[in-house]
Design a protein around this ligand. Structure first.
Ligand code: B3K
Ligand code: ZN
Length: 851
C-alpha cells in the first residue's frame, strides 16, 4: 500500500545528516543484484534524532556502523525507510541490500532493458537501489564498482572517470568509476551490457580533450552519427553562448529501448531512450532528426544547469528544467530557422500546456504540494517554465541575461539552490526589479489579456489598453511586445510594453490613421489573448509585420475564426479572402519551412483550447470541412507546389527539410480530394526517406485510402526488426479513421510485437490513439474511453509512470461537453473503486474527480 500523504514546499527542512562520500559495489545478477553501500555520514544538527534513510523494494541484508554489524533492535525497516538510532556524530555506515532488476517493470532504480542493465534515479529512484537520503540537497562524491560476467557485459559504466578494472574469478570482471563532482543521488547512473560504441573527441575552448562515446545496440552504429554531431554542436554552442565548458574527461551516452521518458542527464553518463539517439534517413523523419539534436542538447546543457547547480528540493524542479528547455530552444533556434522553431514551441504550449494549466492538475511552475514527484515532470514545469525564463531574457536583454547567468554560477556552483536564488541573481546582475515577476513561480493558470484600442483622429493619437485576468490571482509582470503597422508610412513601430498592473493604457502620438496592432511579438508571454481584429487587419499583419511569429499567428487566428464558425454553421461558405490568403502564402517568398507552418491548420487541441465545453466531433467535422473546401478551391496550386517541392535526390539540410514539409502539407490538402488520392500511393512507392513515407501513411490512415492496408503490410514486413520504426507503425494503426478501430486496437494489443512493458510501444499504441484519433477516442459510445481505461488498469501494475502520463486526456474532461464529462467521470469513478491504484494515478484521479 502506497503512502498518499502530500509533501509541501512550505515544510522544507535541511537533512539532519550530510554524506561526504559514497562507495557503491554492485554484484550484478538478474534476480538478485547485491548492492553494498558505504557512506561517510556526519550529523549536521546537534540533536540526537535518528537517521532515517529512504528505501523501497529493497531486501535488507546487513547494516554496519564503523564496521560493526548492528543488532536488529538498533534499526527499524518499513516499506519506505530504514531508521537507525545512533548518537554518533561522524561514522561510516555500510548497508547491504538485494534488488531484483528483472522484475522491475516500473523502470525506476536498476532495471533491465533488453540484455543490458541500466538505471533511472530521478526523481526518487535511487531509493530502489539502496537506503539513502534520497533528496537533491544531499550531495556526495561517488565511487562505484560494478561486477558482472565479462562475456555478457563487456561494458560496465558509471559516472565520472574510470579508475580501475580487472578480471575476477568465474568469468566475472569489474570496473571502478570515480566522479570527482559531489552530486545528489538522482544523478547516479550505472549501465552494463554489450554495445557498439561510436567514439570521438572534442577539444574545449580552453584546450582540454574530452572523449565522447555513444553506446548503441549492436548493429546500430551507423545510426549514431547524428547524435554525435549534435553533441559536438551543443558543446560548442554552450561555450560560445554562455561560456560554459564541459568539466570531465569523458562524456558517455547510452541508448536503450526501455525507458520511461526521453533521456536522463546523469553526470558524465547520460542514459537515453534510443528514440532520441538513433537516426538515419531511411528510418527517421526530419522531426526525429530535430528531436534527437534537441534532446542531446538538452541533456548536455543540464551538465551546468542541473548538475553543477542543482535543485534544493523537488519543488524547485523548474530551476533546472525551465532553464534547460529555454537553453535547448535557443540552441535549436540558432541551428535552424528561429521563426519556425518559435512557432513550434508555441504550438506545444497552446495545444497541451494551456490545457494542463486549466485542468485538475494545474500547478504553478514551482508547485507547492506534491504526492508523487514523477507527476510533476510536466509541460508546466518544463515548457511554461522555459517561457518564464524567456520573459526574463526579454526583460533584461541578451547581454544582462548573460551577466545574470554568470552571477548565478559564480554564486552557486556546486550547490543545491532555489528558483528564488536564480531570480535574485538575475535581478542583482541586471538591476532590473523582478520582485513582482516572482509571482509567475507562485500562480497557476494561463493569464488572459484583454485588448482594447481607441483612435483619436483629431489628435492623431492611438491608445492601447491591456487588461490582465487570471481568476483570483494577483497581477503579473508581463512583457508584451507590440508592433504598430501604419498604412501611411509603411514603417512599423516596435516596442516592449511592461504590463504590471491589472489594467494599463499606452498612448502613441503622430498617427494620421489608426495603426494595425500586431500583438505579442515573438509570443513574448505565455498568455491567451482576447482581441478580435477584422480579417483585413489580420491579412495585413500576415504580410507586413516584421515579427514572424505575429505573421504566422494572424493566419492562425483567421483560420480559427472560420473553423469555429463552421462548427456552428456546417454549410458555411468560406469568404474569398481566405482563399486569397492561402494563395498569397503559397506564392510568397517566405521560406518553405515557414510556409508549411502557415498552411498548417490549428490542430484539434489548439482549437479546443479556444472553445468552452467543446463537442469534439463537431469540431473535427468543422476542421475537415474547412480543409477540404480550401483544397477544392486551390487544388491546382497545391499540386503545383507539391511538384515543385518534390526532390528526387534526398538531402537533409534546412532547405531540403523545409521543402519536404511544404510538399507534404500540400499533399495533405490534396489527399482530401478523391481525384488526387493516387498521389499518396505514388509517393509511398517512390519515397526515399522516412519523412515522405510516414506522411503518406498518416494521410492514408485518416483519408480512408484504399491502398492503406497494402502499404501497412508492406511497411510492417520491411521494418519488423526495427523497434523504433515499428513504434511508428503501431501509432499509425491507432490513428486509423474508421469504425473498425476498436477491433483493430484489440488485435494490436495481441500483436506479437506489442508489449505494455515497453514504454515506447505502449505510448505508440495507446498514446497515439487518445491523442491522434480524437474522433474515435471521443466517440459518444464511450468505447474510446473504455479502451484507454482498460490499458491503464494493466499499466497501473506494470509501470505507474507510463500509466500516469497516458491518463492525461481523461482527466482534462472539463473542456468537453457535459455529456462526455459525465461519461468519463462515471467510468473513472468505477475504475477507482475496482483498482488498487499507484500513487501516480491516485493523485491525478483524486484531483480530477474532486474538481
Ligand atoms: N531530468 C530528466 C527527467 C526525469 C523524469 C523523472 N520522472 C530528463 C530531462 O528533463 O532532461
Ligand atoms: Zn531536463
Amino acid at each position: 500500500m502506497s503512502d498518499f500523504t502530500p509533501r509541501y514546499l512550505a515544510d522544507y527542512c535541511e537533512a539532519n545528516f550530510s554524506i561526504a562520500t559514497v562507495e557503491l559495489t554492485f554484484a550484478l545478477d538478474e534476480y538478485k543484484t547485491r548492492v553494498t553501500n558505504r557512506m561517510k555520514l556526519t550529523r549536521v544538527k546537534d540533536d540526537n534524532q535518528p537517521l532515517v534513510l529512504d528505501g523501497e523494494h529493497l531486501t535488507l541484508v546487513a547494516v554496519l556502523i564503523d564496521d560493526q554489524a548492528l543488532n536488529v533492535d538498533d534499526y527499524q525497516v518499513s516499506d519506505s525507510c530504514l531508521t537507525i538510532s545512533t548518537d554518533r556524530k561522524e561514522f561510516m555506515l555500510e548497508i547491504i541490500t538485494e534488488i531484483n532488476p528483472v522484475e522491475n517493470t516500473a523502470l525506476e532504480g536498476l532495471f533491465k532493458s533488453g540484455d543490458a542493465y541500466c538505471t533511472q534515479c530521478e526523481a526518487e529512484g535511487f531509493r530502489r537501489i539502496s537506503y539513502y537520503l534520497d533528496r537533491p540537497d544531499v550531495m556526495a562524491t561517488f565511487t562505484t564498482k560494478v561486477i558482472a560476467d565479462k562475456v555478457k557485459f563487456p561494458y560496465l559504466l558509471s559516472n565520472g572517470n574510470k579508475v580501475a578494472e580487472g578480471d575476477l574469478a568465474d568469468g566475472q570482471h569489474f570496473v571502478q568509476w570515480h566522479d570527482p563532482f559531489p552530486k545528489p543521488c538522482y544523478l547516479f547512473a550505472l549501465v552494463a551490457g554489450d554495445f557498439d560504441v561510436l567514439s570521438d573527441n572534442y577539444r574545449t575552448g580552453s584546450g582540454r580533450d574530452v572523449a565522447l562515446e555513444i553506446f548503441v545496440d549492436k548493429g546500430n552504429l551507423h545510426k549514431a552519427d547524428h547524435a554525435m554531431a549534435s553533441l559536438k554542436h551543443s558543446m560548442k554552442w554552450d561555450e560560445e553562448t554562455f561560456g560554459l565548458e564541459y568539466d570531465l574527461d569523458i562524456y558517455m551516452i547510452v541508448a536503450v529501448d526501455f525507458f520511461n521518458m526521453g533521456a536522463m542527464e546523469n553526470k558524465g553518463l547520460n542514459v537515453f531512450n534510443s528514440k532520441f539517439v538513433l537516426a538515419d534517413e531511411t528510418s527517421a523523419t526530419d522531426v526525429d532528426y530535430f528531436n534527437v539534436e534537441a534532446v542531446i542538447a538538452h541533456e548536455y546543457f543540464h551538465n551546468w544547469t542541473g548538475n553543477r547547480v542543482t535543485c534544493r528540493d523537488w519543488f524547485q524542479l523548474s530551476l533546472k528544467e525551465g532553464l534547460t528547455v529555454f537553453r535547448d530552444q535557443q540552441f535549436s533556434a540558432d541551428m535552424h530557422s528561429a521563426a519556425v522553431t518559435r512557432i513550434q514551441n508555441v504550438r506545444v504550449l497552446r495545444s497541451m500546456q494551456f490545457a494542463e494549466d486549466a485542468g485538475p492538475m494545474a500547478h504553478p511552475i514551482r508547485p507547492e504540494k506534491v504526492i508523487e514527484m514523477n507527476n510533476f515532470y510536466t509541460l508546466t514545469v518544463y515548457e511554461k517554465g522555459a517561457e518564464v525564463i524567456r520573459m526574463i531574457h526579454t526583460l533584461l536583454g541578451a547581454e544582462k541575461f548573460r551577466q545574470g547567468i554568470d552571477l548565478y554560477f559564480a554564486r552557486f556552483d556546486g550547490m543545491a539552490v532555489t528558483c528564488d536564488d536564480f531570480i535574485d541573481a538575475m535581478a542583482d546582475a541586471s538591476s532590473v526589479d523582478l520582485n513582482q515577476f516572482k509571482r509567475w513561480y507562485q500562480q497557476a493558470g494561463t493569464p488572459q489579456l484583454q485588448v482594447s484600442e481607441h483612435y483619436d483622429a483629431v489628435n492623431s493619437q492611438y491608445q492601447l489598453t491591456l487588461e490582465q485576468s487570471n481568476g483570483k490571482n494577483l497581477p503579473l509582470h508581463i512583457p508584451v511586445g507590440i508592433e504598430l503597422i501604419s498604412g501611411a508610412e509603411q514603417t512599423n513601430h516596435s516596442q516592449l510594453l511592461q504590463l504590471t498592473k491589472q489594467k494599463q493604457t499606452w498612448t502613441f502620438s503622430d498617427y494620421q490613421q489608426k495603426p494595425v496592432l500586431a500583438l505579442l511579438t515573438g509570443f513574448s508571454a505565455p498568455v491567451r489573448t482576447q482581441f478580435s481584429q477584422p480579417d483585413q487587419d489580420l491579412q495585413l499583419i500576415m504580410t507586413r509585420a516584421a515579427d514572424t511569429f505575429c505573421r504566422w499567428d494572424a493566419g492562425q487566428k483567421l483560420l480559427t475564426t472560420y473553423i469555429v464558425q463552421a462548427m456552428e454553421q456546417p454549410a458555411l461558405n468560406l469568404p474569398d479572402n481566405l482563399f486569397q490568403v492561402f494563395e498569397e502564402i503559397l506564392t510568397s517568398d517566405m521560406s518553405a519551412a515557414f510556409k508549411a507552418e502557415q498552411l498548417t491548420l490549428p490542430n484539434f487541441s489548439e482549437l479546443a483550447d479556444t472553445i468552452e465545453e467543446v463537442d469534439p466531433i463537431a469540431l473535427l467535422n468543422a476542421i475537415d470541412s474547412v480543409k477540404q473546401r480550401i483544397a477544392e478551391v486551390l487544388a491546382p496550386l497545391f499540386l503545383e507546389q507539391y511538384q515543385k517541392n518534390s526532390a528526387t535526390v534526398y538531402a537533409n539540410d534546412g532547405d531540403a527539410i523545409g521543402k519536404r514539409a511544404l510538399k507534404n502539407i500540400c499533399l495533405s490538402y490534396l489527399a482530401t480530394l478523391s481525384e488526387h488520392q493516387h498521389v499518396l500511393a505514388e509517393q509511398y512507392q517512390h519515397a526515399n526517406n522516412m519523412t515522405d513515407t510516414l506522411a503518406t501513411l498518416n494521410l492514408a490512415a485518416s483519408q480512408h485510402h484504399k491502398g492503406f492496408a497494402d502499404m501497412m503490410n508492406d511497411f510492417e514486413h520491411k521494418w519488423t526488426d526495427t523497434p523504433l520504426v515499428m513504434d511508428k507503425w503501431f501509432a499509425i494503426q491507432a490513428s486509423v479513421n474508421s469504425d473498425s478501430i476498436y477491433d483493430r486496437l484489440s488485435a494490436l494489443t495481441s500483436h506479437p510485437l506489442f508489449s505494455l512493458k515497453n514504454p515506447n510501444r505502449a505510448r505508440a499504441l495507446i498514446g497515439a490513439f487518445s491523442q491522434n484519433n480524437p474522433r474515435y477516442f471521443h466517440c459518444a459510445s464511450g468505447r474510446g474511453y473504455e479502451f484507454l481505461i482498460e490499458q491503464l488498469r494493466l499499466l497501473n501494475d506494470i509501470n505507474p509512470q507510463v500509466a500516469s502520463r497516458l491518463i492525461t486526456p481523461l482527466i482534462q474532461f472539463k473542456s468537453l461537453d457535459k455529456g462526455r464529462q459525465t461519461l468519463i467521470k462515471t467510468k473513472l469513478e468505477l475504475f477507482m473503486q475496482q483498482v488498487d491504484l499507484s500513487k501516480d494515478l491516485q493523485e491525478k484521479l483524486d484531483a480530477a474527480l474532486a474538481s
